[in-house]
Design a binder for this molecule. Structure first.
Ligand code: ADP
Length: 450
């Protein structure tokens, strides 16, 4: 019992994880069933119509008999009329005109398609007997009944003819349904062939569906592996941070000491720079992991952004001056925005840092202003610029513009991806305007508070 419930709940899980299976089952069962029922219905209606047609044909034939009976001279005359009427009708098995025997309750054969003219006693079978009973009661219409024997289905019908040769006469017609039944049998066979073809098509579809199931399993595995990779990267980045902090601590201690010669100081500075770069890289990797997994914390508040922009610009004065660049700031915004101030600082740092990094000569201008109810931060540089083609991919993860000017500049291509993700998370906007060889403008905006 437990095994059965286990199996059942595993089946439910499988269907839940692969909802397309329901679609597959629907295809496999519902379509052939629907097709089967509609064909069955269609064939039944066709058969009923065929029967009705046969019935009215026989009734018409009998009505014709009744109409020309008054003009009949004798049995031979009637027989020749019967033959004429049935000449092209191969489904008619027999036409018997019988008259009531004057001596008894029985009947006598008057003219018969099979037996010619005769005055033998006619002994009706059970079907004919029933029909004659009706025909006796109602002289104006024919009565028909279907029956089967070894040769297949038949329609037997009887009609009163009024007075024939001095007595009450009746016509009994027997029509074979073998031909029309053969046609419907053929139709049924054809319908089954189509049904089998449809089932085959569905099996092919099913095979494809099975492949989709494979893909979905594969996709889930890939996602798991991707998750494992992210977990590993973020764990490794975390673990790298501690030894790096130790290295930087000792570098600082050594730098403060007296015993180092000039060459040693240069080496120490180089070690420190490398450690700073490594620290930045680890920071970027951790930020990407946090943003991707939605673990990055955002604590928005109403803040005045200009002091933050000003302190970031201040921080870059020295690196800019070292490259011979002028770095200026013009703050005209004077408004509050609702953002996380640490993340905002990170955004400004990334963009001002890039402007200084990717500008060879000239200047970097940072400006803030209020425009159409928004706080707008613009970072303009006279740097290498970015072609329209590269601009399309600029905010993608790991995307870096490869050019002779940028080839010696170190970077990961993660900064702008992180910047965009943070701006988006705080309902801001970021865009770039740039001309290759002339410079770039990065524009960030947030809704300004009243
Ligand atoms: P990184 O600077 O680490 O390469 P980013 O994501 O910050 O990564 O930038 C992606 C790319 O965009 C850079 O490699 C650079 O080619 C280009 N880029 C970014 N800012 C500028 C800029 N101000 N001027 C010219 N190119 C830029």
């Amino acid at each position: 019992m437990k095994r059965f419930t286990d199996l059942f709940s595993r089946g439910i899980d499988f269907v839940r994880n692969n909802p397309q299976i329901i679609y597959t089952l629907f295809l496999v069962f519902a379509i052939p069933l629907a097709f089967f029922f509609s064909s069955d219905q269609f064939l039944r209606v066709a058969r009923e119509n065929q029967d009705r047609l046969e019935q009215s044909r026989v009734a018409l034939l009998e009505d014709a008999f009744a109409a020309f009976i008054p003009g009949v001279v004798n049995e031979d005359d009637l027989l020749s009329k019967i033959k004429k009427l049935t000449k092209e009708n191969e489904t008619i098995n027999s036409i018997d005109v019988i008259v009531a025997a004057s001596s008894s309750d029985g009947y006598r054969l008057y003219a018969s398609l099979e037996k010619g003219t005769s005055s033998d006693a006619y002994i009706p079978d059970q079907v004919a007997m029933n029909l004659l009973r009706f025909a006796k009661g109602d002289h104006d219409q024919s009565f028909a009944m279907a029956y089967s024997d070894d040769l297949g289905r038949h329609w037997r019908s009887a009609r009163s003819l009024g007075i024939v040769g001095g007595s009450e006469g009746y016509v009994l017609v027997d029509v074979s349904m073998a031909q029309s039944d053969a046609v419907s049998r053929k139709n049924i066979q054809k319908a089954y062939v189509v049904l089998v073809l449809i089932i085959l098509m569905i099996i092919v579809l099913l095979a494809r569906q099975a492949r989709i199931i494979d893909y979905s399993v594969l996709y889930r595995r890939l996602k798991e592996v991707d998750q494992m990779k992210d977990d590993f990267v973020s764990m490794a980045a975390h673990e790298l941070r501690s030894p790096l902090t130790v290295i930087r601590g000792y570098v600082e201690m050594l730098g403060e000491g007296e015993g180092l010669k000039d060459a040693g100081k240069v080496h120490l500075h180089n070690i420190d720079q490398a450690a700073v770069r490594l620290n930045g890289l680890i920071g970027d990797i951790l930020d990407v992991a946090k943003l991707q997994e939605g673990r990055m914390s955002f604590n928005p508040d109403s803040i005045d952004p200009d002091p933050i922009v000003s302190s970031v610009v201040e921080g870059y004065q020295q690196p800019a001056a070292a490259k011979g660049l002028t770095l200026t700031l013009m703050s005209e915004a004077h408004s509050l925005i609702f953002v996380d101030q640490d993340r905002f600082r990170q955004i400004v740092t990334n963009l001002v840092g890039n402007a200084v990094k990717y500008t060879g000569v000239g200047s970097v201008r940072v400006s803030t202003k209020k425009e159409n109810g928004r706080y707008v931060l613009r970072i303009s540089d006279t740097g290498f610029g970015i072609s329209a083609e590269h601009q399309k991919h600029l905010f993608e993860k790991f995307y870096r513009v490869k050019s002779p000017e940028t080839s010696r500049i170190e970077g990961t291509g993660l900064g702008l991806w992180i910047t965009l993700a943070m701006v988006d998370a705080m309902d801001g906007n970021i865009s770039v305007e740039s001309i290759e060889g002339k410079g770039s403008d990065f524009i960030v905006s947030f809704k300004a508070e009243e």
